[in-house]
Ligand binder design. Structure first.
Ligand SMILES: Cc1cc2nc3c(=O)[nH]c(=O)nc-3n(C[C@H](O)[C@H](O)[C@H](O)COP(=O)(O)O)c2cc1C
Length: 298
């Protein structure tokens, strides 16, 4: 792999933004409502955002100072005046209206009206919730930490969640949020976004044993570790097992019908090893991790 390397001090802010926005992606989007000291409402999206603590429940987002003139964004001014906000999640069917609110309307303009969203009164804080959002978090702002003085410097808004409202339509039969139903969007670099749906959703299997610690790739026989057939993801799956199968288990599996044709074929040992690795890969794709190991150890 050939790497292009930069000293960040040699990059312009625009170049830095380009590389970081594209590389640190996808980023969840929080849609933040705030009020100023006169009660005027503001609504803006931020993708420098995440959850950073569960107990206490803390989210952080970062309105940077405007790159063009180093002025503060209205959201930042508002939380410094009234340290409260509502963080609303953004689903696919809201994304174009959400984008509309990111335009530089003058202070005091209510972006709920500009974008056609509905204000829903909050229960514990002054800023209203976005009725169309499927998860709305009422928060108090515990702290605001400035990260610098230049245009583009971030301001970490430390928001403690006090109340969570969830649209029941996105819950599964167990009352948990269903990732297929919440239909989130996230931001990448430039004008790129992604929708968290369909084929982009997948699960990672838990380790096979109850202790939750697999043997790891460093414990593999070297022919498996250095396989030209198995990918990094295949090695990761194989590394989840607690123990390798015993010689007896390998022997028994080699006698099964599904192995017969492959093992009876008259081919040289190198070709046979490739076929065995291909067979193991096929079994891994079917979730049969222990059987894949039995094939690799034949
Ligand atoms: C999806 C999306 C994500 C954004 N994320 C951020 C961000 O994390 N930080 C930031 O300063 N601006 C971000 N922006 C730009 C702000 O939303 C924009 O500057 C907005 O005008 C700020 O509004 P305000 O001045 O009313 O607070 C984002 C825009 C979009 C469309």
């Amino acid at each position: 792999m050939r790497l292009k390397t930069f000293d960040t001090s040699s990059l312009t802010s625009t170049e830095m933004q380009g590389y970081l926005h594209y590389a640190i992606a996808p980023r969840p989007i929080c849609f933040v409502s705030t009020v100023d000291k006169n009660g005027e409402v503001n609504l803006s999206p931020f993708s420098f955002f995440n959850v950073f603590s569960i107990n206490p429940p803390i989210c952080v987002f970062s309105p940077t100072s405007r790159m063009r003139d180093n002025t503060a964004k209205h959201t930042l001014e508002n939380v410094l005046e009234i340290p409260q906000c509502v963080i609303n999640v953004v689903s696919y069917d809201m994304v174009q209206q959400t984008y509309l609110t990111s335009k530089d309307y003058p202070r005091g303009v209510n972006e709920f009206s500009k974008a056609g969203f509905t204000e829903l009164a909050s229960e514990t804080v002054k800023p209203p919730r976005v009725a169309e959002s499927t998860v709305q978090l009422e928060c108090v702002v515990n702290d605001v930490i400035s990260l610098g003085k230049n245009g583009g410097a971030g301001n970490l808004v430390i928001a403690e969640v006090k109340r969570i409202h969830i649209n029941e339509d996105i819950l599964d039969a167990y009352g948990k949020i269903d990732p297929h139903k919440i239909d989130l969007v996230a931001r990448l670099g430039g004008d790129w976004y992604c929708r968290v749906t369909g084929d982009s959703l997948f699960k990672i299997a838990k380790p096979i044993d109850s202790t939750g610690i697999g043997i790891g790739v460093d414990a593999f026989p070297k022919e498996v570790k250095n396989s030209n057939v198995l990918t990094g993801n295949d090695l990761g799956l194989l590394g989840l097992v607690k123990n390798l199968p015993s010689d007896e288990e390998v022997e028994a599996f080699s006698k099964t019908d599904e192995m017969k044709e492959l093992l009876d074929a008259t081919i040289d040992s190198h070709t046979r090893a490739i076929h065995l690795h291909l067979k193991a890969k096929h079994l891994l794709d079917k979730g049969r991790v222990m059987d894949a190991w039995k094939v690799l150890l034949i």
